[in-house]
Design a protein around this ligand. Structure first.
Ligand code: DLL
Length: 440
């Protein structure tokens, strides 16, 4: 494996003395709290209900006094209710799956896009990127933050960007080979698929110039890292982020490959007990909560990510002083990530409820076949539909498949099952059967 040099994009910020960093966070938090209190009714009302005034927040030590925000707030305030800046200041909309059929959207000002770009530039630099690199971006371009985020960061470090977007494995490999890409940015599962397809398509891995990859947008494991590094003879780095906070680059791995540095001059991270919401000490596993302290378009205060991980404040040999987060080991809600796309059972349900002929009973079965996630949606037919002609049933199956594709954004296999075939439960119905083994 090629050795990655320990390069730091912005040493002044990334290696800042922790006491100075704390002062910076205190100041930026106070600014942010005032901004949202004065401009966003939801924050003002929540703070008033909790009996907290902006002047009560003097710094990070007071963070716990502030109420949480959640994905449902973005849904309820859709599309612009959480903006803290006039719409005329918003230069970009990015989005991701909501808990129902509608996506949630986040508005970014010019400042927010610049902050995000800097965070990705830091991430790519930590993975070895510089102006001599050729970076193939295979994350999807669009509302999803992966493609544009990686693209902006790659441009910022002065690299040559190949904006492939997702899909078309043969073409991806051809470009990677012919243009001599040195870095790959995509989901880890797709990277494995590309690596496995390489030999099948008659390429010799030695003909590739790839030396590293920045992989994220879905959970992965150390086993997957080993596999990826072997397939391409590269260094594989983890990169984390979410649309609401600032897309990819919120946290990223350095050459120590031992947790992802959180860009703490832009966000404050906490771990809380998912049940009680009480903050937990570093080292304990719990729900990750972020507060943005430099965003101006849609700042987020104590945003509950539903991602489970641990925070680590031990010194890192790379010299960066920012806290590290461990791999995401689970979710506190029912969100699934399938081929990098966030999927909520509620989205599928909203599709099914609109289609006559199906009963509101369904199950989602997720498998991983040859490193690729597969989703099967089993849907119960109504009694009337069950006695219909085969042609009608096939038409229905086609309609459901198309609508899931258009609402959720992924291809699912739809299997229609007879009435009462899906097991009923006395309590919460079991909607998801996830057969993927994320330890491999
Ligand atoms: O997935 C942003 C991103 C793009 C990150 C490209 C990294 C690379 P969303 O679509 O809003 O944003 O989904 C955010 O994806 O809350 C996690 O559950 C999951 N996730 C993102 N990165 C990782 C990772 C992008 N490295 C949600 N490991 C988050 C595990 C991840 N899960």
């Amino acid at each position: 494996m090629k050795v990655t040099e320990n390069k730091i994009y912005n040493p002044e910020a990334e290696c800042m003395d922790r006491a100075a960093l704390r002062e910076l966070q205190d100041r930026r938090l106070v600014e942010t709290v005032n901004r949202v209190y004065n401009n966003v009714p939801l924050y003002r009302e929540r703070m008033q209900a909790a009996g907290v005034k902006p002047e009560d927040i003097k710094g990070v030590d007071d963070l716990h006094l502030l109420p949480f925000t959640n994905k449902t707030d973005l849904r309820d305030e859709f599309p612009f209710g959480l903006l803290a800046a006039p719409k005329s200041e918003i230069v970009r909309i990015q989005g991701s799956s909501g808990t129902t059929g509608k996506p949630i959207v986040a508005g970014y000002t010019r400042n927010d896009v610049d902050v995000w770009t800097e965070m990705v530039a830091r991430s790519l630099t930590a993975a070895g990127a510089g102006k001599d690199d050729i970076i193939q971006v295979t994350y999807g371009y669009g509302l999803f933050t992966g493609g544009l985020g990686a693209h902006q960061g790659a441009s910022q470090v002065g690299a040559m960007v190949i904006p492939m977007s997702s899909g078309n494995t043969q073409r991806q490999l051809m470009m990677m080979h012919d243009l001599g890409a040195t870095m790959l940015c995509c989901t880890p599962s797709y990277a494995i698929y590309l690596g496995e397809s390489l030999k099948e398509l008659g390429y010799d891995p030695k003909e590739f110039r790839l030396k590293s990859g920045c992989f994220g947008a879905e959970p992965w494991t150390e086993e997957m890292r080993k596999k990826l590094e072997g397939l391409f003879d590269i260094n594989a780095y983890n990169i984390y982020g979410l649309t609401e906070i600032g897309g990819p680059g919120v946290a990223f791995e350095c050459c120590a490959k031992n947790g992802m540095h959180i860009n703490e001059d832009h966000v404050i991270a906490e771990i809380v007990d998912p049940e009680t919401g009480e903050p937990l000490p570093y080292g304990e596993s719990g729900e990750l909560v972020f507060t943005t302290i430099t965003k101006t378009g849609m700042p987020m205060i104590r945003y509950r990510t539903h991602d489970i991980c641990v925070l680590d404040d031990s010194p890192c040999p790379c010299g960066r002083t920012h806290l590290r987060m461990g791999r995401i080991t689970g979710r506190t809600d029912d969100m699934l990530i399938i081929r990098g796309v966030n999927v909520f059972p509620g989205q599928i349900e909203s599709v099914l409820l609109r289609i006559p002929g199906v009963a509101p009973h369904y199950q989602l079965i997720v498998d991983r076949v040859n490193s690729t996630d597969r989703l099967e949606v089993q849907v119960e037919l109504t009694d009337e539909m069950f006695s219909d002609t085969v042609a009608d049933v096939e038409k229905l199956q086609h309609t459901i498949t198309e609508q899931i594709k258009s609402v959720v954004g992924i291809a699912a296999k739809v299997k229609l099952v007879p009435p009462k075939a899906i097991p009923r439960s006395e309590g919460k119905s079991k909607r998801i059967i996830d057969n993927r083994d994320l330890t491999k």
